[in-house]
Write a protein of this length. Structure first.
Length: 125
């Protein structure tokens, strides 16, 4: 049985999808872009500002499922420019200081809303 997870403190979906789906003890999040929930606009022009907002949005989705970053087992990061990899990594490391989850990171041509970064998670209770 699956449960739709909706986070009050994350931006509204830009299409017909849920913030996350909880199946058993496993949470699959949709990708989060760096939209500020209160305004619906991008959180700055830098990868640092945008990565911080993506993590805030994902933290809200995890919290709505009674989880934290400690529950995350896999991440997928999408960047529009791999030159931003080191800056993203520095922020990423603050959320996963020990035993980081498995991760994929790829460069893509474009992301929704003109974002520089999008990230999705898989977490287990």
């Amino acid at each position: 049985m699956s449960t739709v997870i909706t986070a009050a403190n994350a931006p509204a979906a830009l299409g017909p999808y849920s913030h996350a789906i909880l199946t058993g003890n496993t949470l699959f999040t949709s990708g989060q872009v760096p939209l500020v929930p209160e305004t619906g606009v991008l959180a700055g022009d830098t990868i640092e500002a945008q990565a911080e907002q993506v993590f805030r949005n994902l933290e809200s989705v995890l919290a709505a499922a009674d989880m934290t970053f400690a529950n995350v087992v896999k991440t997928t990061v999408f960047l529009t420019d791999l030159a931003d990899f080191a800056a993203m990594n520095a922020i990423y490391a603050t959320r996963f200081p020990e035993n980081p989850p498995a991760r994929s990171c790829v460069q893509v041509a474009k992301l929704p809303a003109g974002a520089k970064i999008e990230m999705e998670l898989v977490a287990v209770k």
